[in-house]
Structures are given as C-alpha cells and as structure tokens.
Design a protein around this ligand. Sequence first.
Ligand SMILES: [Zn+2]
Length: 176
Amino acid sequence: MGSELRFLGEATTKCMNCGELSFKVSMYVYRAPIVGDVLLECGRCDSCGFGRSNVSVLNYGNPKTIRVRIESVNDLRAIVVKSATASLSIPELGIEVTPGPAAYGYITTVEGILERVLDVIPSDCMNDEECYKKVDKIKDAMDGREKFTLIIRDPSGGSTVIGEGLNIVVEEDATY
Ligand SMILES: [Zn+2]
C-alpha cells in the first residue's frame, strides 16, 4: 500500500492559547501504510504563533479503552495512533500520561511510546533510587524482557493500535 496526502480544507477557529479568532487548521487525509486512512490536523495561530497538530483514525465515533498485552519484541513494533485526547498508562511500569490542553496526536510504535517516556524523565533521576529502578524497568521492557499492558483511554475514540498477533481488547466506553 502506498502513502498519499490529500488536502481536505482549512478552517479558522478560536485560539485556545490567546483567544483570538485566528487559529488556522489545515486538514488532510493521509493514507498510511498498515494503518490506513488517518486524519491529520495541523494548526497555527496567526496572532500568537501557538501551534497544535493532531492525528486520528477516520471513521471513529465512540469513546474507547484499548488494552494491549505486550509480551514480545514483535509486540513492541505494533503501530500506535495516539490522538490528542488520549491518555496512556502502563501500570506495570508506573507510567501514566494524561493529555494537557496543548497535547498533540502522533503515530508511533509501542517502543516509541516508551522512548517518549524516557525522554521526559528528569536528568536528576539517576540520584533517586526509585526513579532509577523505573528507568531500568522501562529499558528492560524496550528489550522485550518485561511484559506489560498498554492502556489507552480515548474520549474521542480516534486512537488505535495495529499489529500482527496482538493480544488486544477494545472496549467502547460509556463512562465519558
Ligand atoms: Zn493565539
């Protein structure tokens, strides 16, 4: 499957940073390998320069919770479409990421999510035994030596995880 980018249109909305009616969003449909059609939204404010982008799968609708059991190096390569509204957690590794108002969406792999978590761990972590142990565990997980469950809660329903032979459970969630 090839990849292509199709321009859908542009909209101007109120900027969530400065409140001016000058936030321009360009929308595209991107046909991604493996994932299929995704909606890309790239926005920037003409007044204050605030930028935000999002990615979500097309044809979604309901809030959902995705639970993926990661037990092998192959599972680590599963593709994750994480929309801007999704929160991530990995209970076994003590990871909990909730989206702020300026959160953005992205496409990565399960391993890529662990990399992002490592990226934001403060540099003085090495002086803290608990933090150090956590980093060690995450690195083990990235090498496939630690099994864990990735949980994605998405009130917009625009997130998904795609991979071969994945142990995945998707619940449509009525609690939002
Ligand atoms: Zn602005």
